[in-house]
Design a protein around this ligand. Structure first.
Ligand SMILES: Nc1nc2c(c(=O)[nH]1)N[C@H]1C(S)=C(S)[C@@H](COP(=O)(O)OP(=O)(O)OC[C@H]3O[C@@H](n4cnc5c(=O)[nH]c(N)nc54)[C@H](O)[C@@H]3O)O[C@H]1N2
Ligand SMILES: Nc1nc2c(c(=O)[nH]1)N[C@H]1C(S)=C(S)[C@@H](COP(=O)(O)OP(=O)(O)OC[C@H]3O[C@@H](n4cnc5c(=O)[nH]c(N)nc54)[C@H](O)[C@@H]3O)O[C@H]1N2
Ligand SMILES: [Mo]
Length: 685
């Protein structure tokens, strides 16, 4: 999303810089963009399909690769039913419009209910809330960060992650600007993060208790007559219900579990309510935890109850050139929840996808519907999903596996076949999803920087070729229809689809008019759009959907039975990293250490730099301890995405696939009970 200026000399990138004329990123560029040439030129990147032969990888032609993969996957489905082949789609697919456009059609070709994406370890609570409250999973509020006077952040570190579900390149400057214009930024996090340093105000919170904290804020709003939804009240239902539901959760009653003093909670509620323009923004830390769904819902509720939803400086909705809310509605993609559940543990689907926490057990639990074949695309679930070690064992037992990826990684090494697309610089680019989350409306289409090899297949082409083959070879009426639909999509191609979506959008710009533009086109600041854009019929905000009110019983029970116990594990992201796959580039280097409070370390005779063993129900890892008083006592933090080599370890060998938010099925990466022991002590036992 950062506008870039690339200088190309003799077929190579000679220089990369931020585009100062970009209306959104204003010249800012993060380390990930600087690594683009490293990815492009990396000799380890796969340039053509490879087939595994024992421990060796042998090149194979594209036609032959599609033929084998199509036949093997369809054969499994013919024998064991469509659900026996699963599909996992990873994070980078969200950054490729053409892959995204073909992904759902590909899933239809498989005809399987075993579909998995990163949503359930990331943003599921947010899309679940938008679906229930606004009627569309795509109608996601974005903090109007450049005009707000009070930003309350829970469980996000945008100064390092660059913002998520909020496309706002250059967060440090944007955070500073809030304070320079007299505003406030408050960060609620078990670690004092880089974002907290910019904020100036930081509140420590115990992992997994954000729902309690947010409910207490809402309780204060009602008890102290601070709730003023303003014009939103005309089209909001459930205000009285939420008042009643929040009543028992006073700041005093949640102080013990959250670790936030009652006076701090009360003062925060007052400041938030009285600020001229305020917005609450919560992300990964508040999502991927035991009450993630409740926290996602309450974040929006707090904004509504203070009149800050759809208000300048509050939580607003972008008006993107490709209106995915409208198109999603036309295509019947507003969302769905718990229409079916996973076979083994009965975890709910959302929009057709099952929680990743179920993936390994669906593979290694025998019975009808067991997964025997797998396609992964742009992902690395061995490192990115909970209990990666169990998943790894399960991968070894598959009958056939295909991976669509640029690399042999910790997951794709189990594939029988790897199909690599060209690098990001060799394909065109348009941000469909991320522009819809922009803090300012803008649009840009980027042509390929380099021409791909004539034999190269982009992700969408791989989806099309493989999908139509599997569907056709599986046979049956459904298979033939899916295959024909995919062929029609392939004939149309992603560019024409994009052009059509742009023309249908609120600005009616044809793709050809964007193609000639050097810079991102500014489409202006965010503007109020409710109740018009609401997708419920009638157009209302459902402030208190039953699924959330019912889940409050679980929260109350947790509160009652809460007891201080040992250490819990949480994650963190670092500036020079990107999930599991960018550490290999020299320009990106992050460290995999266990951050622990000095008092917790002292109690275990751990010194800075000592190797420590972190153990949970699921497994154990050994990493170096990093003593830091920026951690809340009782909490230890390890970043994810590192492989099991040298001094690093995969934290997801410790996270527990058994620990999910019971309502949504989102995984609890944050708040895993662990023991931490000096490695030397473990060895001598
Ligand atoms: N403990 C813990 N675990 C976490 C998280 C956490 O906070 N804590 N965060 C979770 C979150 S939010 C996410 S999004 C996931 C990410 O999890 P995944 O999506 O499973 O993993 P990535 O590391 O993003 O995988 C990237 C892979 O995509 C490949 N790739 C890159 N570009 C392309 C492309 O254009 N096409 C194709 N086909 N492949 C490409 C890369 O080579 C790499 O192998 O991790 C989750 N895991
Ligand atoms: N440099 C870099 N940028 C990235 C990525 C990357 O790997 N590296 N990944 C990208 C992806 S896929 C995503 S989804 C986004 C994520 O973007 P963010 O959500 O901003 O990223 P995190 O650093 O995971 O922030 C989570 C924060 O939650 C805190 N936390 C943990 N548990 C709790 C809790 O129970 N309550 C509260 N209140 N806080 C808690 C953690 O201490 C941490 O500071 O970042 C994206 N950007
Ligand atoms: Mo993510």
């Amino acid at each position: 999303m950062c506008g870039l200026t690339l200088q190309v000399e003799a077929g190579r990138i000679a220089h990369i810089a931020g585009d100062k004329l970009d209306p959104l990123s204003r010249g800012f560029v993060c380390p990930k963009a600087m690594a683009l040439p490293d990815i492009h030129e990396d000799p380890r990147r796969l340039r053509g399909p490879v087939e595994r032969d024992g421990a060796e990888w042998k090149p194979v032609s594209w036609p032959r690769a599609f033929e084998i993969a199509g036949e093997r996957l369809a054969a499994i489905q013919r024998r064991h039913g469509a659900d026996s082949v699963a599909f996992y789609t990873g994070n980078p697919n969200l950054h490729s419009y053409s892959a995204q456009l073909f992904e759902l059609e590909f899933a239809k070709c498989l005809g399987s209910r075993n579909l998995y994406s990163t949503a359930s370890m990331d943003h599921l609570p947010h899309i679940l809330a938008s679906y229930h409250m606004f009627g569309s999973q795509f109608l996601l509020p974005v903090p109007d960060i450049d005009r707000t006077a009070f930003l309350l952040i829970l469980g996000a570190n945008p100064a390092e992650s660059n913002g998520s579900l909020m496309s706002a390149p250059g967060m440090p400057a944007r955070l500073k600007a809030i304070r320079e214009r007299g505003g406030q930024v408050v960060v609620v996090d078990p670690q004092r993060t880089r974002t907290a340093d910019f904020a100036g105000r930081h509140i420590f919170i115990r992992p997994g208790t954000d729902a309690l904290f947010l409910l207490a804020l809402i309780q204060v709003l009602f008890a102290e007559r601070l709730a003023h939804p303003g014009r939103l009240a005309d089209f909001t239902r459930g205000i009285a219900e939420i008042e009643q539901a929040a009543a028992p959760f006073t700041p005093e009653s949640v102080a013990l579990q959250t670790g936030v003093p009652a006076e701090t909670t009360r003062a925060t509620a007052w400041e938030f309510a009285q600020a001229e323009r305020a917005v609450c923004y919560s992300r990964v830390g508040a999502c991927t935890q035991q009450f993630g769904a409740l926290a996602g819902w309450l974040t929006i509720a707090l904004n509504v109850l203070t009149g800050n939803l759809d208000r300048v400086g509050g939580a607003m909705f972008a008006k993107p050139a490709v209106d995915i809310v409208k198109i999603g509605g036309l295509l019947g993609q507003n969302g769905s929840f718990a229409k079916w559940r996973s076979r083994v543990r009965q975890l709910p689907e959302f929009a057709g996808f099952l929680p990743v926490a179920a993936l390994a057990e669906e593979m290694d639990t025998p019975g009808k519907g067991q997964i025997r074949g797998l396609i992964t695309s742009a992902g690395n679930p061995v490192l990115s999903t909970p209990n990666g070690a169990r998943l790894e064992r399960a991968l070894g037992g598959l009958e056939y596996m295909v991976s669509i990826d640029l690399y042999v990684n910790e997951t794709t090494r189990f594939a029988n076949l790897i199909l690599p697309p060209p690098s990001a610089l060799e394909r065109d680019h348009y941000d469909i999803g991320l522009r819809a989350l922009g803090v300012r409306n803008s649009t840009r289409y980027t042509k390929p920087v380099f021409a791909a090899d004539s034999s190269a297949r982009e992700d969408w082409q791989i989806y099309a070729e493989l999908g139509s083959r599997v569907a056709r070879k599986r046979g049956g009426a459904a298979g033939l229809v899916a295959s024909a639909r995919m062929s029609a999509s392939q004939w149309m191609g992603p560019r024409r689809m994009l052009d059509w979506m742009l023309r249908l959008g609120p600005y009616g710009v044809p793709l050809s008019s964007l193609e000639g533009e050097q810079h991102t086109r500014d489409l202006g600041p965010l503007a109020p759009c409710l109740p018009d854009r609401l997708m419920h019929k009638p157009k209302v905000i459902q402030l208190a959907p039953d699924i959330y009110l019912e889940d409050l019983w679980r929260l109350a029970r947790f509160q009652q039975h809460w007891q201080p116990n040992g250490l819990v594990l949480i994650g963190r992201r670092q500036l020079r990293s990107n999930n599991s796959w960018m550490h290999r580039y020299e320009r990106l280097s992050a460290a995999c250490t266990a951050r622990i409070h000095p008092a917790d370390a002292a109690a275990r005779a751990i010194r800075d730099g000592d190797a420590v063993e972190i153990r949970s129900r699921a497994g154990a890892i050994v990493v170096a301890a990093e003593l830091s008083d920026r951690m809340l006592q009782g909490v230890v933090s390890v970043p994810h995405g590192f492989g099991r080599s040298g001094s690093s370890a995969s934290v997801n060998d410790v996270t527990d696939e058994g620990q999910v938010d019971a309502l949504s099925g989102v995984i609890c990466f944050n708040g895993v009970p662990v023991s931490v022991t000096r490695h030397a002590d473990v060895m001598s036992r």
